[in-house]
Design a binder for this molecule. Structure first.
Ligand SMILES: Cc1cc2nc3c(=O)[nH]c(=O)nc-3n(C[C@H](O)[C@H](O)[C@H](O)COP(=O)(O)OP(=O)(O)OC[C@H]3O[C@@H](n4cnc5c(N)ncnc54)[C@H](O)[C@@H]3O)c2cc1C
Length: 378
């Protein structure tokens, strides 16, 4: 970790703000290609991150392509999956593809990425920099924190959260529409030898047609969650109803309520990147949740976040070699819209009419699993 004194100035090719998955991927990827990068982050400002995160096989491919480290952070690939109706009355077992989604250790993965960034020697990480002000100049972007430490960069990547004040301060207003925005609640707790490890259950149609709950039995514990477009109070209610039904079916230990206060809530700007007019300001781009890069149906955000970071990296490499970088930045909008839009938008099929078919048609059940874990629209 790099420490800098007050009033010291650091000048780099690219400044990345936000050390979540999107910012980490972008910073490390850019530094690997020889650009000087500083990643600015502040633990106090992190949302309540889960200890474990789902990663689709597609996300793992992106890490491999970019030669970024994942080894040692994968905890558990899915071994088995069951779809249940939300009332647990119906069930079907989708066939799993050869490439399985996996659960990873979020904090361990962050440590690995930071180490990989620092190992490039052109990458720096400031873990205690609370960005207060951004000034977008013709030639440079300048960032200032409370202690007046200054960072200057030729380009800026913002990887904070959706609608963050810094995003607004560079003139990139987020859509106020919460139409597709999903709320989720997740609970992780230890329940030794309770169920077969690696088994993933989905409870479809929870709260509304597109809503779902999930339960993963992992080594030593259970992860339980719900994901629905509904207010937080309703989400908590749905989580409790689901958990009580699972206790009756012996899919959850009866003492789960002891862990309820630890449930983590998360509002997700699902699909909202499609509604944003622009992701580009002067010498600046938005990636990850800051740009609303979250899949509308499945709420997956890690993969779209790092995907947007990868595309931004391609554009930046070209822009920095050009005499008119700002003109090159415009390609970002074009590239992500052509490559990612289908993945991000709500399903082509009407989830409401599809749901009853899932339990009577193996092929539809298999397709739904692919849609939920590989982003294949249906
Ligand atoms: C309980 C829970 C479970 C989840 N499960 C999954 C899952 O299984 N799969 C999945 O794909 N997603 C999951 N998510 C969502 C996923 O964690 C987020 O979508 C993802 O972290 C977003 O990544 P990001 O890089 O865009 O931004 P973030 O991870 O939100 O990172 C933003 C960073 O910006 C920093 N920051 C903010 N303001 C400033 C500032 N002024 N100065 C400096 N730094 C600043 C913050 O400290 C933070 O580190 C889950 C979320 C929660 C809460």
């Amino acid at each position: 970790m790099n420490k800098h004194n007050a009033d010291e100035q650091v000048i780099v090719d690219v400044i990345v703000v936000g050390g979540g998955p999107a910012g980490l991927f972008a910073a490390t990827d850019l530094a690997h290609s020889g650009l000087s990068v500083i990643l600015l982050d502040h633990p106090r400002l992190s949302p309540r991150q889960p200890a474990r995160t789902w990663l689709s096989p597609l996300a793992m491919e992106l890490f491999q392509e970019a030669h970024l480290p994942l080894e040692g952070t994968i905890l558990q690939p899915v071994q088995d999956c069951y779809f249940f109706s939300h009332d647990l009355a119906r069930m079907i077992k989708p066939q799993l593809p050869a490439a399985r989604p996996s659960l990873i250790d979020s904090a361990g993965q962050k440590k690995k990425m930071v180490a990989a960034l620092l190992a490039t020697r052109v990458g720096q990480y400031d873990a205690e920099y609370d960005v207060q002000r951004i000034t977008l100049g013709e030639e440079q972007v300048t960032l200032l924190d409370k202690s007046r430490r200054q960072y200057r960069g030729r380009l800026l990547l913002l990887a904070t959260s959706f609608g963050h004040p810094l995003v607004q301060s560079v003139g990139l207003a987020a859509s106020q529409s919460n139409q597709h925005g999903l709320q989720s609640a997740q609970l992780e707790f230890e329940a030794p030898v309770f169920a077969e490890s690696g088994r993933m259950d989905y409870f479809l149609g929870l709260g509304n047609a597109a809503g779902f709950g999930y339960r993963l039995a992992r080594d030593g514990g259970i992860t339980l969650g719900v994901c629905v477009a509904a207010p937080p109070v309703k989400i908590q209610e749905l989580l409790q109803q689901l958990a009580d039904r699972l206790v009756q079916k012996q899919l959850l230990p009866a003492n789960w309520r002891n862990h309820l206060p630890d449930a983590k809530m998360h509002w997700s700007p699902a699909g909202l990147c499609l509604e944003m007019e622009s992701h580009i300001a002067k010498r600046t781009m938005l990636i990850g949740e800051a740009g609303g890069f979250v899949a509308a149906y499945t709420n997956e955000s890690f993969f779209p976040g790092i995907w947007s970071a990868k595309i931004a990296g391609q554009v930046i490499r070209e822009a920095l070699g050009s005499t008119h970088p700002q003109d090159k930045l415009r390609y970002y909008e074009q590239l992500w819209r052509t490559q990612m839009a289908d993945y991000l938008r709500p399903p082509h099929s009407d989830a409401q009419s599809l749901l009853p078919l899932v339990f009577g048609n193996q092929q539809i059940a298999d397709k739904l699993f692919l849609a939920m874990h590989s982003g294949i629209n249906f």
